[in-house]
Write a protein that binds this ligand. Structure first.
Ligand code: PNS
Length: 164
């Protein structure tokens, strides 16, 4: 990475990407020169996702196309290894509440033990603090309107995947 540049990795499953995720990436893009939305890919977990890796990558690319300096990539194994390979300055994660913090702290510390960079936490915007991919799927699965919760490119893919 060129000197003076700072790269942040925003990792996650993004099954599906929500407007909460987009908000975190937009704010990270204001703090770092470049941002990678890293879609974690664990072959063992592949069957447990609603959306395929390709669907998550494609919808994320379409949803973040308005942000210069932001790219979407696969994190194929350990996040710490990926960050080292890319020369990342930081991992960025959104925090919605104390439950998130309890889950995130051990990951942040372990990633550092594994040779990864520091984790920077961004407080979720109040309007997004209740949003999660699981809740979005649950609402959509039961025919609820999630158009205000996910980026426009995600909606048709989500609806088709659920057959709703
Ligand atoms: O969106 P999620 O499911 O909350 O994201 C969790 C994620 C993908 C950030 C985490 O599972 C991860 O980093 N996976 C990559 C494999 C890895 O490095 N695991 C050890 C984390 S300490």
């Amino acid at each position: 990475m060129p000197a003076g540049e700072a790269l942040a990795v925003c990792p996650g499953s993004f099954d599906p990407l929500t407007l909460g995720h987009v908000d975190v990436v937009e704010r990270a893009a204001g703090l770092f020169t470049r941002v990678v939305l890293g879609v974690a890919h664990n072959a063992d977990k592949a069957g447990r996702h609603l959306l395929s890796l390709e669907q998550r990558l494609d919808t994320a690319r379409a949803s973040l196309a308005h942000l210069p300096g932001v790219e979407v990539d696969v994190v194929p194994g350990l996040l710490a290894d990926y960050c080292r390979r890319r020369g990342a300055t930081a991992i960025v994660r959104g925090l919605r509440n104390g439950t998130d913090l309890d889950a995130e702290l051990p990951m942040a510390l372990l990633n550092r033990d594994l040779g990864g960079p520091e984790t920077v936490f961004l407080a979720a915007a109040p309007g997004h603090a209740h949003l999660s991919s699981s809740l979005v799927k649950d609402v959509a699965r039961h025919g609820g309107d999630v158009s205000a919760l996910v980026p426009a490119p995600v909606l048709p893919v989500l609806v088709a995947a659920l057959g709703t």
